[in-house]
Design a binder for this molecule. Structure first.
Ligand SMILES: [Zn+2]
Ligand SMILES: [Zn+2]
Length: 249
């Protein structure tokens, strides 16, 4: 199969022919539907060097935000079947410490002694026709399009994490959320806010085309630049911070 390989430190990746991987115990083989390119990928091949250590040392296939369909099920895996569509959560910890047990592999207690950090970061990733992944890293896609959903497994997690923590503050009606910066993560933030909250979503950026895109997802655009803060206050009904003191007799 073809794969995008990171072959040496500070070397641009190359497309190579490699053997199709075989899922080990507890793993599945995914036929890749979508593999997002993250800015971290650029750091991997442009900036990283030996000082990063063995966990990220080449050679391996890039791609840590992936989705796909199950092609093969490894020994001991139950509850999934060939053809089912999943997102693949990238980070892979020790799988048994308290953090990994909560599904927070990014906080793995044993991260320093793991052989790699994630699929596509030290272990073969999804910029290939097929990829193996532990079955515990699969997130069902339901009726979402497996191809366009791939970035939700990485770029989507940052805004989702922030919005999830803010959900109690956004509930109850008459609330506003402001998304500052409408690159990839900001655009996904607008979509997640629209899906999970009833808040008015304001979005601001210096690029008119980025604001137009956010508007399509339900955001109310606020022009950046001079006077931006005043426009935000006016739109959201928040007055400039004046401290109000009351005295009681
Ligand atoms: Zn990433
Ligand atoms: Zn762990």
């Amino acid at each position: 199969m073809k794969a995008v390989r990171f072959t040496a430190w500070k070397t641009f990746p190359s497309i190579e022919e490699v053997p199709r991987p075989v899922p080990g115990p507890g793993e599945v083989l995914l036929k890749i539907a979508g593999a997002g390119a993250c800015h971290s990928d650029v750091a991997v091949f442009e900036q990283f060097d030996e000082s990063m250590g063995e966990q990220l040392a080449p050679a391996y296939t890039l791609g840590h935000e992936n989705s796909g369909w199950i092609e093969e099920v490894g020994p001991g895996v139950t509850g999934v079947k060939v053809g089912d569509a999943f997102l693949s959560y990238g980070p892979i910890g020790c799988q048994h410490c308290p953090a990994c047990s909560r599904g927070q592999d990014t906080y793995c207690y044993n991260a320093a002694t793991q052989p790699y950090l994630a699929t596509g970061l030290g272990r073969d990733g999804g910029m290939a026709e097929y990829m193996t992944v532990p079955a515990r890293n699969l997130v069902p896609l339901g009726d979402a399009d497996p191809i366009t959903a791939a970035p939700l497994s990485d770029a989507g997690l940052t805004p989702y994490h922030a919005i999830k923590l803010a959900l109690p503050k956004l509930a109850g009606g008459g609330k506003s959320a402001l998304v500052i910066g409408l690159g990839g993560l900001g655009q996904i933030a607008v979509q997640i806010l629209a899906a999970l909250t009833g808040a008015d979503i304001y979005a601001t950026d210096m690029k008119p085309e980025a604001m137009a895109e956010a508007q399509k997802s339900g955001a109310i655009p606020i022009e950046g630049g001079e006077g931006q803060a005043e426009r935000i206050r006016e739109a959201t009904g928040v007055r400039a911070s004046t401290r109000c003191s009351t005295s009681s007799a």
